[in-house]
Design a protein around this ligand. Structure first.
Ligand code: SF4
Ligand code: SF4
Length: 101
């Protein structure tokens, strides 16, 4: 599933464009990010994690969770806080330590 960009939250910083390993993210003429080749996105979530404004989300593939299900990573200093929302709106949060710092 391609990333969903919330236009009202996007500040046009270009971090998602920089980090996408598939070179799929781009800024439009209004400096808002979008995925220019949705079928090529492999859900690595690099763009989601890079966005400091929480403007991007990916949706869990339909076959696994149906469209309303979401998985939202939030970068913290030494860990990622993952929020998992299932199709019934049940929210689970879990922390994963990173090796970046
Ligand atoms: S990283 Fe976030 S705020 Fe920056 S351009 Fe991408 S979506 Fe917009
Ligand atoms: S999820 Fe990964 S492959 Fe897909 S647009 Fe974002 S950075 Fe690129």
């Amino acid at each position: 599933m391609p990333p969903v960009v919330y236009q009202d939250k996007c500040k046009g910083c270009g971090k998602c464009e920089e980090i996408c390993p598939g070179d799929l993210m781009e800024l439009d003429e209004n400096k808002k990010a979008f995925c220019r080749a949705k079928r090529d996105c492999w859900d690595c979530m690099a763009c989601v994690k890079a966005c400091q404004f929480e403007a991007i989300e990916t949706r869990i593939p339909y076959q696994l969770g149906y469209y309303p299900a979401r998985l939202i990573p939030k970068m913290k200093e030494k860990e990622i806080e993952w929020t998992c929302i299932d199709i019934n709106g049940k929210v689970d949060k879990f922390l994963v330590k990173t090796h970046n710092k």
